[in-house]
Design a protein around this ligand. Structure first.
Ligand SMILES: O=C(O)c1ccc(O)c(O)c1
Ligand SMILES: [Mg+2]
Length: 628
């Protein structure tokens, strides 16, 4: 299976785009004419530059407003086509996309359009070129792939074929099923794009909001099943118009594109195993079992401060690594590793960002399967030299330099704590009732949210929630939940637009670190609060106004509101149950811990977020001063 991507899909100048597209693993590109025109180089040089990157030109596009014109416009359109045929031959590509006409003087009529394409087919054939016809969702007379196919069918010319584009079909809510009955060899090319479901003008939606398959709400997999069932054997190409992508990181976008294409085609293959798809068999998305460990990079005084905070939270230093400067802090099923090494990945992370989370360990059924799937979808394996007796725990680089390890029972990797660590004698493992990690909150720039979501949803069997807005006194933060079906693994992704928000300040102060807070669950938050108080833990102080408002919104059994106020507990309720939260103060440039109790409640306390953020901001030093 050949993969391709339209140059308009990603940011950068022409050369940067090519480098990123080639590095991400694509076989070819669609040259979007504007990108070519903006480039200062001859068509031959451009063609050679593309081939020097190991890429082929799978398509040249778009040619607009061709069919159905009255004379003399018609003759002019053919002349224009001949000029572009010249260009294609210089570039070295044999396929061009003609999109359905939006010309105000275009006359309708399927047979008129078919006749135009038949004549065009003769002219293309004389040069060994092929023309594909695409119905734009907003075309003047042709805006449905079924009509475009009827024109191609009646043109009845070997050099004239159809181009289908998932956006134009699915965006108009047309069923892709009719594509199944088109002869596969008459489909010359297929373009894929997803989009979030937003009610708006089709053209505007298409030109500004398309995104990578899997990032939006359209059934791109179902569309592609129909195309493959037709017997299509050509390249599968991405064509994304997105305002945000035009300014985002070029390499990241190209990697996202490749990841989305492979994951989508794998979905197509799994949904309809009888289809012929030339793609290696991949393990299915992996069912995560939970967070095995969270590793902080810290050093000296900062490591001591973190240790003091962990102690006040009920953790005990349970073990030390045999060879390395790693401490294991434990409580219930929660493991926090503090890495004070001065060489290697944690040390690099510490040097760049200060105390921060440098690694996550995820428990899975098969580490081998998750690695195979992650690597096939473009993730890079991460390795470090091992000392004697150390286990090789498979790992990949996540986004923004983070590292994710996979531990399983299958290969005994979950025994690492007994194999590599030595228990500390007399560690107080009674704790404060914290049982397990409920969720991990990652802060990122808003433009990186789709990349992270795609990263998780293409590897793990997880669902994404709709995005919600969280109001910070200094801006908006967008929040999205990524959650496994049974809730064993939950991430909340927070996207900051402005550096003035709490999330944005964290990004600025930690140079783009990712994990900002870790939420841990208790079965009895008030008992936990008592123990924590005795251990010297200082909760985030919540305003009295908050409790007055709670009193107005909910009926509480006698004494509960007072207990919450006393312990600075935040509260929420949904149709399933109740939710209690306590926050720690900030440490290390804006990180914090959350303690929570869920009584069947499914959410994350979103209504409390603005008040929690405001309280956290009161703790910060004045703007412009570094935080503790
Ligand atoms: O928005 C457009 O004009 C446009 C052009 C070419 C395409 O292939 C397409 O899907 C849309
Ligand atoms: Mg298209």
């Amino acid at each position: 299976m050949k993969t391709s991507i339209a140059t308009v899909s990603i940011s950068g100048d022409f050369r940067e785009k090519l480098e990123a597209i080639a590095a991400a693993g694509f076989d070819g590109i669609e040259i979007f004419e504007q990108d070519f025109i903006a480039y200062d180089g001859s068509p031959r040089d451009v063609g050679n530059m593309i081939r020097d990157h190991g890429l082929e030109i799978s398509l040249f596009q778009p040619f607009r407003d061709f069919e159905g014109l009255p004379e003399p416009l018609r003759a002019k359109a053919f002349d224009r086509a001949e000029r572009k045929f010249d260009l294609m031959q210089e570039l070295g590509t044999d396929l061009v996309l003609f999109c359905s006409s939006c010309h105000p003087q275009a006359l309708g009529g399927i047979d008129r359009a078919a006749a135009d394409f038949r004549e065009l087919g003769d002219r293309a054939a004389a040069r060994g070129l092929r023309v594909g016809y695409e119905a734009l969702a907003w075309g003047k007379h042709v805006n449905d792939h079924r009509d475009a196919w009827e024109i191609v069918r009646r043109a009845d010319h070997p050099n004239i074929g159809l181009i289908v584009d998932s956006f134009h079909t699915l965006g108009r809510k047309l069923s892709p099923e009719s594509i199944r009955s088109i002869p596969g060899d008459k489909i010359f090319f297929v373009q894929l794009a997803d989009a979030p479901l937003i009610e708006m003008d089709l053209l505007y939606w298409s030109r500004h909001f398309r995104n990578m398959p899997g990032e939006g709400d359209l059934d791109v997999t179902g569309f592609m099943q129909a195309v493959m069932a037709a017997g299509y054997t050509g390249p599968v190409s991405l064509e994304i118009f997105n305002d945000q992508f035009r300014s985002a990181n070029t390499r990241q976008l190209a990697e996202d594109g490749y990841r989305s294409l492979i994951a989508t085609m794998d979905d197509v293959k799994k949904a309809e195993p009888t289809l012929k798809i030339d793609l290696p068999d991949l393990p299915a998305r992996v069912q995560p079992k939970g967070v095995s460990f969270v590793e902080f990079a810290a050093r000296g005084q900062e490591a001591d401060t973190l240790g003091t905070l962990l102690t006040s939270l009920g953790f005990a230093k349970a073990a030390k690594h045999r060879n390395k400067d790693l401490s294991l802090w434990q409580q219930g099923d929660i493991r926090i590793v503090v890495n004070e090494e001065t060489e290697g990945h944690a040390a690099h992370t510490y040097n760049a960002r200060g105390t921060t989370v440098c690694d996550l360990g995820i428990e899975v059924a098969s580490a081998k399967d998750v690695m195979t799937r992650a690597i096939a979808t473009g993730a890079k394996a991460f390795t470090q030299p091992l000392d004697m007796g150390e286990l090789e725990i498979p790992a990949i680089r996540g986004l923004s330099g983070s590292v994710m390890h996979f531990l399983d029972g299958e290969s005994g990797l979950d025994q690492v704590w007994d194999v590599e660590f030595v228990k500390e004698a007399g560690a107080d493992l009674v704790g404060a009732g914290l049982k397990c990690i409920d969720h991990i909150a990652q802060t990122m720039s808003y433009e990186d949210m789709l990349s992270w979501t795609l990263f998780y949803t293409s590897i793990f069997d997880v669902q994404k929630s709709p995005m919600v807005d969280v109001i910070d006194p200094d801006g908006l933060v967008r929040s999205q939940v990524i959650e496994s079906r049974d809730g064993a693994l939950k991430f909340t992704l927070n996207g900051a637009d402005s550096y003035r928000t709490l999330a944005g300040r964290f990004l600025a102060e930690t140079f783009g670190a990712s994990v900002q807070h870790i939420a841990m669950s208790s079965d009895d938050i008030f008992a936990t609060a008592e123990t924590l108080k005795a251990r010297g833990f200082v909760p985030l102080k919540i305003s009295d106004n908050y409790y007055d408002d709670l009193k107005a919104r909910f009926d509480f059994p006698g004494g509960l509101l007072e207990k919450m106020k006393e312990a600075n507990v935040l509260y929420d309720r949904d149709e399933k149950g109740e939710f209690f939260q306590i926050y720690s103060g900030n440490f290390a440039g804006g990180m914090f811990f959350e303690i929570l109790q869920r009584n069947s409640y499914k959410g994350f306390g979103a209504p409390n977020a603005p008040f929690r953020i405001a309280a956290q901001k009161r703790q910060l030093p004045p703007k412009g001063m570094p935080s503790a």
